[in-house]
Design a protein around this ligand. Structure first.
Ligand SMILES: [Zn+2]
Length: 58
């Protein structure tokens, strides 16, 4: 067993688009996008939300 240090904050588990709320489906920051019609979680945030997050980061 090696005691290799595990750097924190290296998780790629969260999509960058989650940094901002979604104006499309109303998901809050950090919450996954959902399909308004069915309420099901989407595998990826709405493209417009990803764009908004990219603009905010710029
Ligand atoms: Zn959304």
């Amino acid at each position: 067993m090696t005691g290799a240090p595990r750097p924190a904050g290296l998780r790629r588990n969260t999509h960058p688009g989650l940094a901002v709320p979604c104006s499309r489906c109303g998901a809050g920051a950090g919450r996954p996008c959902t399909v308004p019609a069915t309420g099901q979680r989407m595998p990826a945030p709405h493209p417009s939300r990803t764009d908004a997050a990219a603009e905010r980061a710029a």
